[in-house]
Design a binder for this molecule. Sequence first.
Ligand code: NCD
Length: 311
Amino acid sequence: MASLLNPQHILSTAQFDRAKIQDLFLRAEEFSQRDWRETCPTSFNCKVMATLFYEPSTRTRFSFEAAMLKLRGQVISMESAGQFSSAIKGETLEDTIRVTSGYADVIVLRHPQNGAARLAASVAKVPVINAGDGSGEHPTQALLDLFTIQKELDAIDGLEIAFVGDLRYGRTVHSLLELMSRLNHPRVHLIAPPELSLPQNYVGMLKERNVAYSISTDLSSAISKVDVLYITRVQKERFVSAEEYEKVRSVYTIDAHVLAGLKPRSIIMHPLPRVTEIDREVDSDPRAAYFREAQNGLYVRMALLETLLGS
Ligand code: NCD
């Protein structure tokens, strides 16, 4: 695959045009179908990926690390970096990135501050991948989400999608909306309580791009129409007070009753982790796509790493 980005940082979904997305998905599809040893003639055994995570993670860090290992690259890893890196001694993010740039060929960064990945990229000598910056963006999650939609529904255009839950702080929602709003004729339903409504800059983006959208607090308002029901966890860690969080913590739950109202060919997605948003009884329904979605993260991240490190 040709070089994806110039400069090769992955900071936002806005960097991915349709051609790049299609190239990436073709390769991810190959990784998902064949044994990785056969599909990866290039060995990255001299390449090192650093994962630098200042916030908790299961899927993102493990799937990035597994992706690099399956490409036969090497991994150095720092979790709880706020506590266990020199940040605790007062080192700035920029200095940590400058130094890590000398040890690794690519840096995967998760940080609680919006814009942290952009700041890191401004001083890095190697590609920086934004693995979530506060309530900003999570571009690689959006790519694997869109890949999942294509794989499950055999289409990415003309779809009707409901975003449900924490649209205010949910960075995966922000990134996926950015991607979807550039496709052909998406119809979007934004379902959230007022406290968790989508930030105005994203509503403005939908208007500018002439995307048909509705805003509601009522989950049942759109359920019978959607192809994709994308629900998120209420992002507890972003709230300034516990009381504010308590007010909205279990605001929507997908259960058998909601399932009954969904179209037979629709899918339920969730970036995970789920807390109370999806009843366990939903897991066995074929429309529950969230664990397949998490699995796709491996293939999409393999394709991304191959693109960044292979050229
Ligand atoms: C999401 C995140 O970190 O933004 N998780 C993930 O990467 N799959 C969603 C969340 O934490 O709720």
